[in-house]
Design a protein around this ligand. Structure first.
Ligand code: MG
Ligand code: ZN
Length: 223
């Protein structure tokens, strides 16, 4: 029992070391990396498809998809017009920096401006593993319920932007937006938040403007 904590710390610091390498790989190629996290079914892949379709004239996009099995999501990203790599974690419930390092070696980095990493659908451990991306985006969705910030504080605390997807369902499900936002505000004050619907398109423009502004800001830093 005595050795358990040091071993966990060692694994995390090895991961953080590779995450730092990943970030310098991205920086030297001028790539902005975003880590998309969410529970299964929140709409990560749908949001990624919209992002690719709306920005592909202006930005070169790539997607790294993490799933326990299948290449369904990477195939969807490729069909939408992005370079894509599927990571099958084989049961692992999160991506780690070594997995992303392997995926980066399969991409043509010179042909990427924006890299979106779609993490495994899970609101717990993806928050604990740095990947080397620059910003983390949490995609919440209305049908999940308004109590999720209270139940998964680690995830809500550790992100730089929050999407609230499926707002078109607000009239049909119990979701108290005020209660939800209060929970978020306690954990992550002032968090930039985008209520939207991938199905109707409502609110997507504000989110896309943010993505492009982040890209611009990143370019100014790394050049
Ligand atoms: Mg997906
Ligand atoms: Zn995990």
């Amino acid at each position: 029992m005595k050795e358990r904590i040091p071993i966990v710390e060692k694994i995390l610091s090895a991961n953080d070391h590779i995450a730092a390498q990943n970030q310098s790989t991205l920086d030297s190629a001028g790539i902005l990396g975003l880590n998309f996290m969410a529970s299964p079914g929140a709409g990560k892949t749908s949001l990624i498809e919209h992002t690719i379709k709306k920005l592909k004239g202006r930005l070169k996009l790539a997607v790294v998809d993490g799933d326990v099995a299948t290449s369904i999501d990477a195939d969807r990203a490729a069909a939408a017009g992005a370079q894509s790599v599927q990571i099958n974690t084989g049961g692992e419930c999160h991506l780690d920096a070594i997995m992303l390092q392997g995926a980066l070696s399969e991409l043509t980095l010179e042909k990427i401006d924006l890299l979106i990493v779609e993490n495994v659908g899970n609101l717990i451990c993806p928050a604990s593993f740095q990947l080397g991306t620059h910003k983390s985006v949490l995609i919440a969705s209305v049908p999940e319920g308004d109590d999720k910030p209270y139940k998964y504080p680690g995830m809500y605390r550790g992100v730089e932007a929050l999407v609230i997807n499926k707002i078109d369902l607000l009239p049909y499900v119990e979701f108290d937006m005020e209660y939800f936002r209060q929970g978020v505000e306690i954990l992550n004050p002032g968090l930039v938040t985008f209520p939207l619907s991938c199905r109707t398109g409502e609110g997507l423009d504000v989110y896309l403007t943010w993505v492009e502004a982040e890209m611009e800001a990143h370019r100014r830093v790394v050049q």
